[in-house]
Design a binder for this molecule. Structure first.
Ligand SMILES: NC(=O)C1=CN([C@@H]2O[C@H](COP(=O)(O)OP(=O)(O)OC[C@H]3O[C@@H](n4cnc5c(N)ncnc54)[C@H](OP(=O)(O)O)[C@@H]3O)[C@@H](O)[C@H]2O)C=CC1
Ligand SMILES: O=C(O)C1=N[C@H](C(=O)O)C[C@H](O)C1
Length: 266
């Protein structure tokens, strides 16, 4: 009997999907069994990605792929518009979901947690798989205990569909957990350009930059009297996410319930 974990990738022809297909294919403990991406419909993976030895057909949708390929785990790197419905489909069929796609709101997360409970399967929602980014968030939470004044600048490539990034949202949530409320600044601000002070996630301001040439970057800047502390993480390419993706797949195999954030699997 083959002991490898049967893994499928949704969004396989996208930027993250392609990297994930290569990483799963190259891992001895995992068996790549299913591929979904609407734009590859009718093709085989070896034609679309020029990886020899990968003769899998590309499926049009997740439901059809699960029925045909019987994965134990589906990794989703699709779009903020499709991720919720994909995640529901995966869980409803009793399959574990690893969700890398960002843009799920709080209500959707709760609904997915409930569904995973009903179906007795696992779901991991991971805003950032880069180990350095996870450490950045943990260090920021620690620093917030001493520096309650903080703002986040997240910088991404110009193809990114959602703002703020999932990483910025998670960072702000972790900072807010450490703080009992951020003290308001004792100044009456005049904002002459709407939006120039960014958006506030419970008092933590987030500024989103989108430019060609960037991949995924974030600075968390803490200010105190006479000093500043900046915690910065840079992903220079999408290989940076792959050790975290493989770790999440292996840790979630056979596990039930929801995990939100890679720090909870390390
Ligand atoms: N958690 C993490 O560490 C990381 C998360 N991300 C997130 O991952 C997501 C994907 O990013 P990225 O790879 O850059 O995006 P891409 O746009 O490059 O890839 C998304 C792919 O999904 C395809 N797709 C669209 N709808 C479906 C569907 N219903 N089923 C299957 N595939 C579908 C798209 O096809 P088409 O182009 O035809 O729409 C496209 O090929 C984003 O939300 C991003 O924020 C990114 C990096 C790291
Ligand atoms: O879209 C991206 O590229 C990324 N998305 C994730 C996010 O929204 O935080 C993770 C990483 O920043 C790259």
């Amino acid at each position: 009997m083959d002991a490898r974990v049967r893994v499928a990738v949704a969004g396989a022809l996208g930027k993250m999907g392609q990297e994930t297909v290569k990483a799963v294919f190259g891992d001895d403990e995992l068996l790549l069994v299913g591929i979904v991406d609407p734009k590859g419909q009718g093709k085989r993976l070896s034609e679309a990605l020029a990886i020899s030895g990968l003769e899998l057909p590309i499926h049009y949708d997740v439901a059809e792929m699960i029925d045909d390929c019987k994965p134990e785990i589906v990794i989703d790197f699709t779009t903020p518009h499709t991720v919720y419905s994909n995640a529901r489909t995966i869980l409803s069929r009793g399959v574990t979901a690893i969700i890398g796609t960002t843009g799920l709101n709080e209500f959707e997360l709760q609904q997915l947690e409930t569904l995973a409970g009903e179906k007795e399967v696992g779901i991991a929602v991971i805003p950032n798989f880069a180990i350095g980014a996870v450490l950045m968030m943990k260090f920021a939470k620690e620093a917030a205990r001493y520096f309650p004044n903080v703002e986040i600048i997240e910088l991404h490539h110009d193809q990114k569909l959602d703002a703020p990034s999932g990483t910025a949202v998670k960072t702000a949530e972790m900072i807010n957990e450490a703080l009992a409320g951020i003290p308001p600044r004792a100044v009456q601000e005049t904002v002459k350009l709407p939006g120039c002070r960014g958006g506030a996630l419970e008092g933590v301001r987030v500024h989103s930059v989108r430019l060609p040439g960037l991949v995924a970057h974030q600075e968390v800047i803490f200010g105190g009297p006479g000093q500043a502390l900046t915690i910065r993480h840079d992903s220079y390419n999408r290989e940076s996410f792959m050790p975290g993706v493989l770790l999440a797949v292996k840790k979630m195999a056979g596990r039930k319930g929801m995990v939100y954030g890679l720090e909870n699997l390390l």
